[in-house]
Write a new protein. Structure first.
Length: 160
């Protein structure tokens, strides 16, 4: 997931934000690995549609995946560089390969069933998801009131 408001340790988006704002170098372990990056509002919208259909129709599968399209995998490095650009920073990072790693090079989700059954689809795709994420962090950095900003972002999302 990507999106504003995440400040957890060892998560790519908050790590990019912290590195850029502190002037520290960003360290990547697996820059060429691909992940199913998706804006948090798309995933949440999927779950809300899912619950609504469960209540109204009842004939919905008991498990569904909500993820990005499988036809456009994005590497860690590509996400980082796009996010650094969107945050008005200079794209830069340093590779520190771990001695031994169990991380998979490619992760993906098959969301075909959610799209077919619920008619759900992502609204914030690729650059739009990165831009929305960066805009949240830029507003935070400027000292904005993040509660109202986030509610406006949700309203904007619903109008897509």
């Amino acid at each position: 997931m990507i999106g504003g408001g995440d400040f957890a340790a060892n998560r790519i988006v908050p790590d990019v934000y912290r590195a850029m704002r502190s002037g520290q170098e960003l360290v990547l372990r697996h820059p060429h690995a691909t992940r199913p990056w998706q804006h948090v509002l798309d995933c949440l919208a999927g779950y809300l549609i899912y619950v609504q259909c469960l209540v109204q129709r009842g004939d919905i599968p008991r498990s569904l995946n909500f993820g990005p399209s499988e036809d456009a995998p994005v590497s860690v490095a590509a996400l980082v560089e796009a996010l650094q650009n969107a945050l008005d920073g200079k794209p830069q990072w340093r590779l520190v390969a771990p001695a031994a790693s169990l991380e998979l090079q490619a992760l993906a989700l098959d969301s075909t069933l959610a799209r077919q059954t619920l008619g759900w689809q992502n609204r914030l795709i690729g650059p739009a998801a990165i831009r929305a994420t960066a805009e949240w962090y830029l507003a935070f950095h400027r000292g904005g009131e993040m509660g109202p900003y986030t509610l406006t972002s949700i309203e904007d999302y619903l109008r897509l």
